[in-house]
Design a protein around this ligand. Sequence first.
Ligand SMILES: [Zn+2]
Length: 315
Amino acid sequence: MYILGYDVGGTKISAVIGDEKGKILKKVYRRTTKEYGKSGITSELIEMGEELIKTSGIKEIYKIGIIFAGPVDAENGIIISSPNIIGLKNYNITKELENHFNVKVYLQNDASASTIAEKLYGSAKNLSNFVYITLSTGIGGGIFINNKLYKGAHGMAGELGHMVIMPNGPVCGCGRRGCLEAIAGGRGIARRVIENISAVKNSTIFSDMNPADIDAKKIFAAKKAGDMFAQLIVEETIYYLAVGIVNIINILDPEAIIIGGGISMEGDDLFRPLKLAVQEEMKSMKRPVKILKALKNGADLACIAITEYKEQMLQ
Ligand SMILES: [Zn+2]
């Protein structure tokens, strides 16, 4: 019994074939075209799916999951708006694929889907209350309360990156100032390096780098290589992340915070100091909240997980 999964992101689209236990058989990628429009994205997904089914040697698929980088109406299978691809506003993408493949198609926002994947396949398997945070170019997440994905009144819960941690701080993509994402997201970390580089002149390996090439990965690598400026930026990042995480802990009192996304690939270089910083930041409100690593192939599993997740099954 195989499931076809799609991850429609801002830079790439991937398609996977997997089973309901979360075993991934095969995966293909394509670069995202900004100008797809409704018919363009649909034919791209159909083509990728057909190719994948043919080359992975399976007979048929029995359901499809699509995860999308942007707000969706999961219940009705509709993309509400699309920050990365033009012309997908209020598009019922599931109907088109159902017509073609003749199976049920599920749609979910990528951060919510990754949260569900942690519950079904990851370190949250035995947890009822946890928060998933994705640290990437931006910061997003999802909240599980009493074994259920918490959606909020408008389906928009879990926008953890848009929690202000520095009033009057840098302007965020959402329009507010000093959001966690604007400071500790990948783009925010790089911006802090670029803005402060003149103050440190030639004391850093970033002085001669094209600002467009500076990213979080290079900053963590520079810190590891002993660059003092990079160390300062990383320490600052960890402090602000800890402030944000403790805000979440104080509101929701979860069993664990699970961290995924590109920046989480820094592994212990991130997790070790972050755990200490969270402990420290809890001050007199300490409690044993675990800080855990997310699934390594969370995005692949997320496409599968949303087709398997049913709210009632976990109660
Ligand atoms: Zn924001």
